[in-house]
Design a protein around this ligand. Structure first.
Ligand code: ADP
Length: 331
């Protein structure tokens, strides 16, 4: 994907982002817990505890971090694990934080080890020890930091080391959204974009959005184009279905990676069982990507199961791909 497309996509997403917890659709329990936490902190006049958000991409982790900062009326600083290669990168960010600021650290499980170790004291005591010099003559200079709230995001909290996980006062897991919730997301987005979307049109799109608000919004954009070019501009069920056919979005909304994984499992490995790393190699992806990005939805959709001997395609997977099962893969 080109950088231009990415910038456009980011601008589009930014325009649709919820700004308050009440605008944030679904995830009722997490929303309630965060509301209480934020109100408690505000009443005490201290920054809230550090928050760890886990869950597949596109479910609202970044949005929640932005909402927290907005509701607290404090600035937000955004960075990511892969962007912090050396401890010094993190020191520069931490020492520049203003009191109460929210620091969003995306893909926190990918932070470099020396930086992670610095994060421990930063989170616990708002202090970092900067090491000056090398070898026996090296000295540690303690630097006080302004109190801040770290919001870490990860596709899977199990990827974090124990000491890092323990330093979060609040951990929440975001789950895939119910189609009714995605219908709400779509209706809200259509309102913001000025798209005429009928309730049936919204249902058609929400059922194929892979349980993910980001995908729902993305599909809305495609469907809007189609409605404007090939119809009278209104997104009805028929228009939505026709548009999604053109864009190869299947009935379950599986994306390219989901389909590749499922097809490899069903056709190349006869439905499994096959080890995760073998499956990942066969689709040319990192094991971690397959496990964190594709697998959660395939599991949730009942297309794949994990067994002690490896991944196995369910009869529903064969049916979805229109492939005759060879034999019972578990037999
Ligand atoms: P993540 O950080 O988990 O990858 P984001 O917070 O970037 O996900 O969400 C992607 C997009 O999906 C956002 O731009 C936002 O418009 C939309 N979105 C996510 N969660 C919600 C929600 N609960 N309600 C409304 N829109 C949402």
């Amino acid at each position: 994907v080109s950088a231009v497309a990415n910038a456009e996509e980011r601008a589009f997403e930014a325009g649709l982002r919820p700004h308050t917890l009440s605008e944030f659709v679904g995830q009722g329990k997490v929303r309630e817990q965060l509301t209480i936490m934020l109100e408690g902190a505000q009443a005490r006049g201290t920054p809230p505890d550090h928050v760890l958000l886990s869950g597949p991409p596109g479910l609202g982790k970044t949005s929640l971090a932005m909402i927290m900062a907005e509701e607290l009326g404090v600035p937000l600083r955004m960075t990511s694990g892969p962007a912090i290669e050396r401890a010094g990168d993190l020191v520069a960010i931490l020492t520049a934080l203003s009191p109460g600021e929210v620091l969003f650290l995306d893909e926190i499980h990918r932070i470099a080890r020396p930086a992670e170790e610095l994060l421990y004291s930063a989170m616990e005591d708002f202090r970092v020890d900067v090491i000056l010099g090398k070898g026996p003559g090296a000295t540690a200079i303690p630097l006080a930091l302004a109190p801040f709230t770290l919001v870490g995001a990860t596709t899977r909290s199990g990827l974090l080391t124990g000491p890092l996980r323990d330093r979060f006062g609040f951990t929440a897991h975001l789950d895939f959204y119910h189609p009714d919730e995605l219908t709400q997301v779509l209706t809200r987005s259509a309102g913001l974009l000025g798209v005429r979307l009928t309730p049936e049109g919204a249902d058609e799109v929400s059922g194929r959005s892979r349980g993910t608000p980001r995908i729902a919004n993305r599909l809305l954009r495609r469907v809007r184009d189609y409605a404007e070019v090939r119809a009278d501009g209104t997104v009805t069920r028929e228009v939505a279905a026709a548009a999604l056919r053109v864009y190869d979005v299947d009935g379950l909304g599986l994306d390219r990676l989901d389909r590749a994984v499922l097809e490899a499992l069903v056709t190349r490995f006869g439905g499994g069982p096959v080890g995760l790393s073998t499956l990942a190699v066969s689709v040319g992806e990192e094991t971690e990507t397959v496990e964190d990005v594709a697998e959660p939805f395939l599991l949730r959709a009942g297309l794949l199961i994990r067994t002690a001997r490896g991944r196995v395609a369910t009869p529903a997977a064969f049916e979805h791909l229109g492939v005759e099962p060879v034999s019972d893969p578990l037999g």
